[in-house]
Design a protein around this ligand. Structure first.
Ligand code: AMP
Length: 116
């Protein structure tokens, strides 16, 4: 686990390539892209994890995370051919940044394997 770099990016304390922003979400380019398009959908309000989101019963905002991914997929031109959404949760899920986020990947045919 690394520190919450996403809160720092939201506060403007760290730079990022911002693709989209509204009152609820920031979408940035992943610093270590695993596909031609690799974006991170990050809630402005801090949630540690999916567990945290669900404990707080903020399901409307959780739904908006997927709607934001869908919207941005059109904005960046990957919607027609398709994309993959990934959510890493916890240690075994390989989550590194302790601030809820979902990955949006596309721009090429992605491999069939989810697990290396
Ligand atoms: P996860 O394993 O789901 O926590 O993924 C965290 C992602 O954040 C990784 O894909 C990192 O490459 C990405 N990342 C870490 N620091 C930054 C940063 N400063 N700007 C953009 N992406 C970052």
């Amino acid at each position: 686990m690394i520190s919450d770099v996403f809160c720092k990016i939201i506060k403007g304390e760290l730079p990022a390539e911002v693709i989209y922003k509204d009152d609820d979400f920031l979408v940035i380019k992943d610093i270590n892209p695993q596909a031609p398009v690799h974006l991170l959908i990050i809630p402005i309000k801090h949630y540690d994890s999916l567990e945290d989101f669900l404990e707080k019963k903020d399901t409307a905002l959780l739904g908006k995370a997927l709607m934001t991914a869908h919207k941005v997929s059109h904005q960046v031109g990957i919607a027609e051919k398709g994309y993959r959404i990934i959510l890493n949760e916890g240690e075994h899920g390989g989550k590194l940044v302790p601030h809820f986020h979902i990955h949006l990947l596309g721009g090429k045919r992605l491999g069939p394997k989810l697990v290396k």
